[in-house]
Design a protein around this ligand. Structure first.
Ligand code: PEP
Length: 251
């Protein structure tokens, strides 16, 4: 099944409002007219309005880096799906390994956030991936299996079809170590097989699985050429418009 590639930039905790607007403008100038690849940028919450303004009229979509699963109420510091939608967000990263590692994200909260995003009509980008220790001790498959089934627990095939999965081996994030294209593709096929068990072949065949972990212009082409690598979730290289553009349209 043909799946449109999807490249999303995760800016993490980088950029002031002015820097975010300038970066977003540069991204829109570089890849704002691209139609054969979906492109999104995910700035920090406070910079969403500045970035929304900067990418207006381009094909670049606005994403967020997290959300809370409740609709509103006494949850100091948290941001709801409706709030994100109200400033033009269309997709949201959920379960990033940094959230899991530093901020107590669990498979259960990933699941709640995925349901909240879907209920609001946001496209969830659900992150899964093993640590180096898990890979080296042979637990990789079990970890990815648990994270994937956990994220999609209680979600229908029709809803799953509106999700994206990002396979992000933790040992490759921000380390300069990239999974080989073969390692990445094997993990993606493993995830797609789980999705096939859960939702059937047709639905699973349509779900895009991004790769994330030190993806750069010089390794993007080979990674993106793999049968089951349907795009990228980009950290460091998303902070330079030229590098990000070099991943969206690798040479
Ligand atoms: C990420 O954090 O989602 C990521 C893939 O980071 P980097 O590209 O810097 O490895």
């Amino acid at each position: 099944m043909a799946r449109k590639k999807f490249i999303a930039g995760n800016w993490k905790m980088n950029t002031t409002a002015d820097e975010a607007a300038a970066l977003a403008k540069a991204v829109a100038e570089a890849v704002g007219k691209v139609t054969d690849v979906d492109v999104a940028v995910c700035p920090p919450y406070v910079n969403l309005p500045a970035v929304a303004e900067a990418i207006k009229g381009s094909n670049v979509k606005l994403g967020a880096q997290d959300l809370h699963w409740e609709e509103k109420g006494a949850f100091t510091g948290k941001i709801s799906a409706a709030m994100l939608k109200s400033v033009g967000v269309t997709c949201v990263i959920i379960g990033h390994s940094e959230q899991r590692q530093y901020f107590g994200e669990t498979d259960e909260t990933v699941n709640k956030k995925t349901k909240a995003a879907l209920a609001a009509g946001l496209l969830p980008i659900v992150c899964v991936g093993e640590t180096l220790e898990e890979r080296e001790s042979g637990k990789m498959d079990a970890v990815i299996d648990r994270q994937t089934r956990g994220a999609f627990n209680g979600i229908s095939a029709a809803e799953a079809a509106k999700c994206v999965v990002a396979y992000e081996p933790v040992w490759a994030i921000g380390t300069g170590k990239t999974a080989t294209s073969q390692q990445a593709n094997e993990a993606h096929i493993f995830i797609r097989n789980i999705l096939t068990e859960l939702f059937g072949k047709d639905t699973a065949g349509g779900i895009r699985i991004q790769y994330g972990g030190s993806m750069k212009p010089d390794n993007a082409k080979e990674l993106l050429a793999q049968s089951d690598v349907d795009g990228g979730l980009i950290g460091g290289a998303a902070l330079k418009a030229a590098d990000f553009a070099g991943i969206v349209q690798p040479k």
